[in-house]
Design a binder for this molecule. Structure first.
Ligand SMILES: Cc1cc2nc3c(=O)[nH]c(=O)nc-3n(C[C@H](O)[C@H](O)[C@H](O)COP(=O)(O)O)c2cc1C
Length: 457
């Protein structure tokens, strides 16, 4: 595998996600531990920090998913709240970034700004916020909001939400806490003052939380659409992308990086990190066999049928997962999977593509689901995996990866012990943390200093 000469080499950024809610996690494996106990989160975070990773990441689902009107029961369901978990992890880690997915649709900027700023204080500048934009009425019912937001408005709300959040972080100057016993003043008189009026938010008052150590904690975006890409190009520090196949990833990377200039931003100000899995064993052949075993555990017979039903919008439980695709057409109007952004649009087209692929390759239902939604990304000996990761980054498929181990919490151990040293040997991965904040790890530079004109708009 040829990669550009060493002097041009990009550094690889690595993060880890403790997976849940998706079928990546093989919770039925006897080695799998609790998805709820703090020790699971702490063990994975400690391993990531031992591996000098940039950050630890938690996704979020705000409503238990339902499938055909029942609780979706094949994947892990039920987890503690992200910022609470990360605050506890701040106490057992020193350098590792801590990234929480928090929804911009069903929350309020004041509360989110306060909670992210608090995590940044507690962790000494290691907080990140993954801004997601679910709009669905099913999730909204939990908040007595139903379908209050049209899909087209998701990102205008998210952009304004983020703008207000940053104003709140900026409402305190770095040196506003200035205890002066002689005069009896603890803070600067004007600290925390803010006001904002816009289409989605009309807020003013005083913000309770002093400016975070990072100034602006790191902002991550995870969304695919054109509006999502613009939002990321304008405002995010990191994209959590799903594009982990090199050809598609390169096109996505080029597209998003090209959009940065319109916002006066440089190529390096936005890092693109796809989700990825890595399966490591002594030899390539052993790793391939292990990867196959993992994939079949992730896409069992029931999961394969459930995936198909989500696209078809029909009960397909009578079909054999090891047999051919159903000959009935999808029902474009029926939604059998609720509380999940996957397969919500373009299902007729997805079904057409899946059918064509299954026919062309003679795939059973389960083989098809494995082909389109399963499989492992980096498989091989430690050397093979390190070379492939490096090649992916050097050829502009990504700036690094958010790794998702299939076992909680020890699924990252082999990668850290066996692949990280090889990346270091290649000169593409740090051998020690050189900074203390997450912005440092990501090479983002300091946040803009507090706006001098004050916080009012
Ligand atoms: C890689 C990736 C991860 C995501 N993670 C979450 C998540 O943890 N929680 C959530 O509510 N939505 C999550 N989303 C959904 C997005 O926030 C968004 O609602 C969805 O992608 C649709 O937006 P789009 O039309 O811009 O693609 C994720 C999306 C992607 C692509």
């Amino acid at each position: 595998m040829s990669t550009p000469a060493r002097k041009h080499r990009k550094q690889v950024h690595l993060a880890v996600q403790l997976p849940a809610i998706h079928n990546v996690t093989v919770w039925s494996d006897p080695r799998s531990r609790s998805q709820i106990a703090f020790e699971s989160f702490a063990a994975l975070a400690r391993t990531a920090e031992r591996g000098l990773f940039d950050f630890f990441f938690l996704a979020e689902g705000l409503r238990l998913r339902e499938h055909k009107g029942e609780l979706y029961e094949y994947d892990v369901a039920g987890r503690p709240e992200n910022l609470t978990v990360l605050a506890a992890l701040a106490a057992v880690t020193d350098r590792l970034g801590l990234a929480a997915t928090v929804n911009a649709t069903f929350n309020e900027p004041y509360d989110v700004a306060r909670r992210i700023a608090s995590l940044d204080h507690l962790s000494g500048g290691r907080a990140a916020w993954n801004v997601v934009t679910s709009f669905d009425a099913f999730t909204g019912e939990n908040f007595r909001r139903g379908g209050f937001l049209a899909e087209a408005d998701r990102y205008t709300r998210a952009a304004e939400f983020l703008d207000v959040t940053r104003r709140l972080w900026d409402s305190w100057a770095d040196d506003d806490v200035r205890p002066d016993p002689a005069r009896g003043h603890f803070v600067r008189a004007d600290a925390g003052r803010f006001a904002h009026t816009g289409p989605h938010f009309d807020v003013s008052g005083r913000f309770t939380t002093p400016r975070p150590p990072q100034g602006h904690p790191v902002v991550i975006q995870a969304g695919e659409s054109d509006a999502g890409r613009e939002f990321a190009a304008a405002d995010a520090d990191v994209i959590f992308s799903k594009h982990n196949r090199l050809d598609v990833a390169r096109a996505f990377y080029a597209d998003v990086k090209r959009r940065l200039a319109a916002y006066g931003r440089t190529h390096d100000e936005l890092k693109i990190l796809p989700t990825a899995t890595a399966v490591v064993a002594d030899t390539d052949a052993e790793a391939a066999a292990y990867a196959d075993e993992i994939t079949r555990a992730q896409v069992g017979p029931e999961t394969a049928i459930a995936h198909l039903e989500a696209v078809w919008g029909r009960d397909l439980s009578a079909y054999d997962p090891d047999g051919p695709l159903p000959d009935v057409d999808p029902d474009p109007d029926a939604l059998v999977l609720r509380g999940h952004s996957i397969f919500r649009t373009g299902r007729a087209e997805t079904a057409r593509r899946w059918r064509a692929l299954a026919e062309e390759r003679d795939l059973s239902i389960r083989e098809l689901v494995i082909e389109v939604h399963g499989g492992q990304n980096f498989v091989g000996s430690p050397r093979t995996v390190a070379d492939a990761l490096d090649h992916f980054v050097q050829t502009d498929g990504a700036d690094g990866f958010i790794l998702v181990p299939h076992l909680t919490p020890h699924g990252l151990d082999d990668f850290v012990d066996r692949v990280v040293p090889l990346l270091q040997e290649k000169g593409v991965f740090r051998t020690a943390y050189t900074g203390t904040t997450l912005r440092d790890h990501l090479g983002l530079g300091p946040a803009p200093t507090r706006r001098q004109e004050g916080a009012a708009s």
